[in-house]
Design a protein around this ligand. Structure first.
Ligand SMILES: Nc1ncnc2c1ncn2[C@@H]1O[C@H](COP(=O)(O)OP(=O)(O)OP(=O)(O)O)[C@@H](O)[C@H]1O
Length: 379
């Protein structure tokens, strides 16, 4: 566990005043980042997120207060020893440009005395584990895409197997699609590794996606709210947090509500290559097309089929919800489906049935009735 206790950081002003009289970047922060969990610090630009993170590995020294890791005051530890237990990932990956990917990943273990062969074997494992082709190990950072560089950055931070990871905007230098992939893979990796992670982002969507708990900071480095993502969306503590959490929060909060078992309608289906007569015989304007394993491929408008169902005729707009997914995914499947019937698949991606938005709403209402709002945790 990382514990901040009454931590304040002031920066000396440019005029050269003492730090004690300088401007406050982090103000009396008390916060616990539990072992094995992801704690996300989020807030507007300049609210002290990076300062907070860097005080943990002592790149920045607090003006007052204490930071401890598993009960040991970080100020009392040897800096090198402290940093050995902390992986650090930054925006743009911060790789050594003149070293290969493999050398980037092995640098810290080598410095720590791991023999070359062991360090290389482990680095290759990690390179694969973060989803990179092993052939990339020989490349230099400039020969990789931004997303690939970020993956190397994560592999490098994990190379010495530190119990604690600090991540500063780790996925922000890549486009939204790559970003989502990186986030998903990072969550998968964390579910295997169970590191104690403190992660900084300015993006509330990223915060609620990654965080087991989310700390919202306001400018001046004051903690506004510390809660689970679901609680934060459902119950912002004040106008600042409500505005920061943003619009659509009622809908977004449904991501954290597991879909109950709802009765699904049997959906008649056709296969690719089905003739126009077969499609029209279904008797509905939109007909669902499935693949050989029963996986939904897309809806086809019956009137548009002249001879047979081809891939180009498939409507791709509908999302597919999983039986083990969230209420949000279920509702979204219904809302995005051209037929109004949301497609639901099982864990193997096979069609189970369909559901309409009007049938999802009662489940949402039932959830509300079952869980009366509690008070938010605020300071
Ligand atoms: N070395 C420094 N000297 C003086 N002031 C600093 C220094 N570093 C940061 N600050 C100030 O401290 C405050 C917090 O900065 P910090 O970088 O921690 O914020 P942040 O929340 O990470 O911001 P961003 O999201 O824009 O990166 C800001 O007002 C910043 O200008």
């Amino acid at each position: 566990m990382i514990r901040f206790e009454g931590v304040t950081k002031r920066y000396a002003d440019a005029s050269g005043t003492d730090e004690e009289q300088g401007s406050v970047a982090v103000d009396d922060l008390t916060l616990e980042a539990p072992t094995g969990k992801i704690t996300v610090l989020v807030g507007p630009s300049g609210c002290g997120k990076t300062t907070t993170l860097r005080m943990v590995n002592r790149m920045i020294t607090p003006t007052s207060g204490t930071i401890s890791i598993d009960g040991r005051d970080t100020a009392s530890l040897d800096v090198a020893e402290l940093r050995r237990g902390i992986g650090y990932v930054i925006q743009h990956a911060g790789l050594f440009p003149h070293r290969t990917v493999l050398d980037n990943v092995t640098t810290v273990p080598r410095l720590l005395g791991t023999d070359k062969k062991t360090a290389r074997t482990r680095a290759m494992e990690l390179i694969e584990r973060v989803g990179l082709d092993p052939a990339m190990a020989k490349r230099y950072p400039a020969q990789l895409s931004g997303g690939q560089q970020q993956r190397v950055g994560v592999a490098r931070a994990l190379a010495a197997d530190p119990p604690v990871m600090l991540m500063d905007e780790p996925f922000s230098a890549v486009d939204p699609v790559v970003r989502e992939q990186l986030q998903n893979e990072f969550l998968r990796l964390q579910s295997e590794l169970g590191k104690t992670i403190l992660c900084v982002t300015h993006d509330i969507d990223e915060a609620v996606k990654l965080g087991d708990q989310v700390a919202v900071l306001r400018v001046g480095g004051v903690l506004a709210q510390l809660d689970s993502p679901a609680k934060l969306l459902a119950d912002p503590v004040d106008d600042f947090v409500a505005e920061f959490v943003g619009r659509d929060r009622g809908y977004r909060a449904l991501s954290f509500a597991a879909a109950p078992e709802l009765s699904l309608a049997d959906e008649p289906t056709v296969r690719l290559g089905a003739g126009a007569d077969e499609v029209r015989a279904v008797g509905t304007p939109w007909v669902l097309c499935v693949g050989d394993a029963g996986e939904p491929l897309g809806w086809v408008r019956a009137a548009a089929v002249e001879s047979e169902v081809t891939r180009t005729l498939l409507h791709r707009g509908g999302t597919v919800a999983s039986t083990s997914g969230s209420l949000r995914a279920l509702l979204d499947a219904a809302l995005s489906s051209p037929s109004g019937r949301g497609v639901v698949a099982d864990g193997d991606g096979r069609l189970v049935g369909t559901i309409r938005a009007a049938e999802v709403i009662p489940a949402i209402e039932a959830r509300r009735d079952a869980a009366p709002a509690e008070g938010a945790t605020a300071r």
